[in-house]
Design a protein around this ligand. Sequence first.
Ligand SMILES: Nc1nc2c(ncn2[C@@H]2O[C@H](COP(=O)(O)OP(=O)(O)OP(=O)(O)O)[C@@H](O)[C@H]2O)c(=O)[nH]1
Ligand SMILES: [Mg+2]
Length: 369
Amino acid sequence: MAREEKLTCQGCGVAIQTENKDKPGFVPSSALENEEIICQRCFRLKHYNDVQDVGYSDGDFLKMISQIADTKSLVVKIVDVFDFNGSFIKSLHRLTGNNPIILVGNKIDLLPKSTNLNRLKQWMKKSAKDYGLTVQDVFLVSSKTGKGFDEVKANMNAYRQGKDVYVVGCTNVGKSTFINYLINESTGTKEAITTSYFPGTTLGFIDIPLDHNASLYDTPGVINRQQLTHYLSKQDIKTITPTKEIKPRVYQINDKQTLFVGGLIRIDFIKGERQPFVLYFANALDIHRTKLEKADQLYVDHLGGMLQPPSESSKAEYPPLQERTFKVSGEKTDIVLPGLGWITLSGEPATIAVSSPSDVPVSVRSAII
Ligand SMILES: Nc1nc2c(ncn2[C@@H]2O[C@H](COP(=O)(O)OP(=O)(O)OP(=O)(O)O)[C@@H](O)[C@H]2O)c(=O)[nH]1
Ligand SMILES: [Mg+2]
């Protein structure tokens, strides 16, 4: 791949410039002398957890990633196991050409301890196939704890056959955190690359030499507008992002009862015998139960207050909810909200209406846990 020899930020890969403070890649010219060059945006992210918006479009990132098609390399596609469907990005392999792909499910530390990881791996293999993606292999890791890294490292080395490696995936799946783990293991340097819970942290390719002839590349994430994250304020994103092992919350629900997940989505149990609803959402998210007949009014009266996120100050921007009805029977089923979590139903016959923003499509799958 033809690469210009230009100065890029070591934290996010953006081209460095010294002209405009409000544009991506800014560093004061005095800082160009430093050994480590970090742009102003990375600096603010690292030290103040404050993200500066960049004027990049979804297409700009796609164009960057499509350069991988012209390389001979190994592609490591990362997905977030907590948001498999939302982070899978079906179209991604069209951008990476004919290069072999290994699929890595990241963030397994978020799944309940009882999760059968072997089963999850099989499920991921089958799902990838259903999505039309041929993968060499599937691995599960936590870039936070390091679980699964020995296996994935050995296999990356075997599969790359001396070639470069590109780490690709949806925004926020943990590509940069994954690479930081590898860097820390081999050099002892911690948090070499900028990471954050805001989608769109990495802005360009970041070259990490593997040996004299090959490199590992971090790449910008592909944006999936169907994830709930894109409809929330920065503070609300923080609330819905799980940071610890998810504690499944079990509610015994009677028909004509409603559950609110914060003020983000609403689940109505329309018809069926009393049964357990098992909720897998960030532990910090509050769940409220009410009678179906009271739910409309409760939402009007308490959105942004008792029912939050969205918070009082950001609720005006939150899209109106649209209702979709699902019928479950026979098989243990997950109702999935991309970027938020899922609800597992036992398979007892049930009619459920889920209300979510219209651009965030709710889907069903056979239960993964
Ligand atoms: N719990 C948990 N969180 C993780 C893990 N890996 C990454 N994260 C968190 O996920 C968020 C996103 O991580 P990044 O490494 O910035 O993700 P990315 O894929 O590089 O994102 P973009 O650069 O925006 O495409 C951060 O808040 C990380 O701390 C993991 O294994 N477990
Ligand atoms: Mg990144």
